[in-house]
Design a protein. Structure first.
Length: 292
């Protein structure tokens, strides 16, 4: 005759199952109390843990992860962690429209849902942005810091004119009219030496303002074109001393006001001047105080 009492082993299994359910219920109760106690600040983490327990018990953690993440992000936004402000530092040449289009963020979206590295990479792809950083300032602000590129010169090569920055890199802008006042440099390797050239021109600003173009010759030196169609042939080495000497003679003796068309500074001990037909022609020793 069969017994009505369940086997002892079944009782143990039932007891173990009841204990597991009791512990799970306890965890849920604990997480719920944490959510209530911490409010918005702890909501994302507590909900994530609770959702993880539920999904693990259901046996489908991978399938439900995306749904859980969306739900958690929505809860954080409802708790106050939603995008309200964009704080941007360092934006001068990048337009607001370009910046917003690259970010593709909207007010009210969960601020914790943004991939900051992805936002940074999108900003770094903009024409004027050299470096970008993106951070969160909870509960509702994204903080963006930009370091923009500085225009240096217009580079003419094979009939095409391109804007370059202080690193000699091309800036992909279409409208170059606003940069017409920048010096024009010519030659295949000119961009890599443009920074050094601009520092040279800045060393004598009065003379530098007269330079309209610079041609890189043989990958070794520069020829300068000044206002009034005056060509200055700089030496391969010692160009700073030669340039300073030219600036002094222009300042003290009005050299550039004469009928001179070519000033050859390539020899270390003399300056050779070529003028218009019937005008100035000759040499000058490169010694202080002398002028032709």
């Amino acid at each position: 005759m069969s017994s009505m009492n369940p086997p002892a082993r079944s009782k143990k299994r039932a007891s173990a199952k009841t204990g597991t359910q009791r512990r799970t219920a306890g965890w849920r109760s604990l997480l719920t109390r944490k959510v209530l106690r911490r409010g918005g600040a702890g909501l994302g983490t507590a909900s994530l843990l609770l959702g993880g327990v539920l999904l693990w018990e259901s046996g489908v953690p991978q399938r439900g992860w995306d749904e859980l993440r969306v739900e958690v992000m929505e809860q954080t936004a409802e708790a106050g962690m939603a995008l309200q402000d964009l704080l941007v530092v360092g934006r001068n040449r990048t337009s607001q429209a370009e910046l917003l289009a690259a970010l593709d963020v909207r007010q009210g979206q969960p601020i914790l849902a943004y991939d900051l590295a992805d936002l940074r990479d999108r900003l770094a792809a903009l024409p004027w942005v050299a470096e970008a950083s993106v951070g969160r300032r909870l509960p509702g602000s994204l903080v963006i810091e930009l370091r923009e590129r500085e225009p240096l010169a217009l580079w003419q090569n094979r009939g095409k004119v391109t804007l370059i920055d202080r690193n000699g890199e091309a800036v992909p802008v279409r409208d170059l009219r606003q940069f017409a006042a920048l010096p024009l440099i010519v030659g295949p390797d000119a961009p890599g030496h443009a920074g050094q050239l601009v520092r040279l021109l800045d060393s004598e600003p009065d003379l530098g303002r007269l330079v309209t173009a610079a041609v890189r010759v043989g990958g070794r030196r520069w020829n300068l074109r000044l206002l009034g169609d005056i060509d200055v042939q700089l030496p391969e080495s010692g160009e700073k001393a030669a340039y300073s000497q030219l600036a002094r003679l222009a300042r003290e003796h009005g050299l550039l006001e004469r009928d001179v068309r070519i000033i050859d500074l390539r020899l270390p001990d003399r300056m050779i001047l070529h003028g218009i037909p019937g005008g100035i022609e000759g040499e000058q020793d490169s010694k202080p105080g002398q002028a032709t």
